[in-house]
Design a protein around this ligand. Structure first.
Ligand code: SAH
Length: 365
């Protein structure tokens, strides 16, 4: 049994089905109770034990004593009048808050979740990292973001992207457990192909993930096509070179057959020139990837600006002329905007102002 404890109680929603079964038999219960309990949590999305109508009261009581049942409290929901995008701020049991986003596309509903409270990667243009890392999210806290949103909207979530606050590969074990639970046939049963994990490029864990042989999509936040430029935007580039990243991408593709996505946030005057496009073309050609261009979302703490629309289009055209598969990320919920992590930041700074406490420092990897 893994060590998944919260205040000395096992985190029930982070256990796999065999583990829940085992927990039941250890408590002197029949193993089939494990499956019932598991399906209540991960299929019927029960808010508490009370809803589990086919379980005996005595078992529910034992569960209450022994386990922590993860739920999130919705602090705020912002709804876009333009496209119905919903941005959620959830409170965790320790009072920390995380952001998640629900987006409707033609192909289904997509949820973007956070994997950590804060982040220690320090990317210059990113709001989520400004106060450093607070803590990792548990598998249950990652799942619960999706469950809470599915319950709130009443609509099935078909796609999940791990692109909110945090570096998922910096929370590797919890991420893996989350992925297995999310795609489990006795849970929400999402297709692995409909799950994307985005990383700033932690090479050893990209390789580890490849060895898990999952069918998920791996997105690499590249943002610059040479090391010098990348170092200016992303401190992690001091640790791993683009060459090492590309080798890890090749490895991922060879093990999983899944094409990698390069994410490239266009920052006005920094990485959006024709030379940048030419360099990116070379990398993308060589490694047969899909490129997703993201117009940078300026944060007030930094003076980066978005590339002009004309420039973004020219950059895209240049890639396309070279037969690179490229998209520009559609900006969802423009009216409820603020870059990722800013809703949480706003909330945290308001709370701090009230209590007069200071924040963390960013621990660079
Ligand atoms: N840590 C992961 C996932 C979180 S961020 C990663 O680095 O990939 C998801 C994507 O949004 C990343 O590509 C990230 O670099 C990008 N991003 C973060 N802040 C941004 C901003 N202000 N404007 C545009 N893209 C941003």
């Amino acid at each position: 049994m893994p060590d998944l404890k919260a205040e000395e109680k096992t985190d029930l929603k982070s256990l796999t089905l065999p583990e829940v079964r085992e927990a039941m038999t250890r408590m002197g219960e029949k193993a089939f109770r494990g499956k019932q309990l598991y399906q209540w949590m991960h299929q019927k999305l029960a808010g508490d034990y009370e809803e589990m109508t086919n379980l005996p009261a005595s078992l529910k009581e034992k569960c209450r004593e022994k386990f922590w049942y993860c739920t999130l409290e919705t602090v705020e929901v912002q709804v876009s009048k333009i496209d119905g995008t919903r941005k959620y701020l959830f409170a965790l049991r320790d009072g920390n808050v995380v952001e998640s986003v629900w987006m409707q596309y033609k192909h289904g509903n997509s949820v973007c979740i956070s994997s950590q409270v804060g982040c220690r990667m320090g990317c210059r243009f990113c709001a989520s990292t400004l106060d450093g890392l607070e803590r990792n999210l548990t598998p249950s806290e990652m799942l619960e973001q999706i469950y809470a949103i599915q319950k709130d909207t009443g609509e099935r979530v078909s796609n999940v992207v791990v692109m909110g606050t945090g570096e998922p590969l910096d929370n590797y074990d919890n991420l893996l457990r989350f992925l297995r639970l999310l795609t489990d046939e006795n849970g929400l049963n999402l297709s692995q192909r409909n799950v994307t994990v985005s990383t700033c490029g932690l090479v050893p864990n990209m390789r580890r993930l490849a060895d898990e042989k999952l069918q998920i999509t791996l997105a690499l936040s590249l943002h610059a096509s040479n090391d010098e430029k990348r170092k200016k935007l992303m401190p992690i580039a001091n640790r791993y070179t683009i060459r090492e990243l590309m080798e890890a991408c090749e490895y991922y593709f060879s093990k999983t057959g899944r094409r990698i996505t390069f994410e490239y946030s266009l920052v006005g005057g920094v990485n959006d020139t024709d030379e940048d496009a030419a360099e990116l073309t070379k990398l993308a050609e060589k490694h047969c990837v899909h490129v997703n261009l993201i117009p940078v979302n300026p944060i007030k703490e930094r003076d980066y600006v978005q590339s002009e629309t004309k420039r973004i289009q020219a950059f895209k055209n240049k890639l396309e002329r070279n037969k690179i598969n490229v998209t520009i990320r559609r900006e969802m919920g423009r009216d409820i905007d603020g870059a990722c992590g800013q809703l949480r930041r706003k909330h945290v700074s308001e709370e701090k102002r009230k209590s007069g406490s200071a924040g963390n420092t960013v621990a660079q990897p």
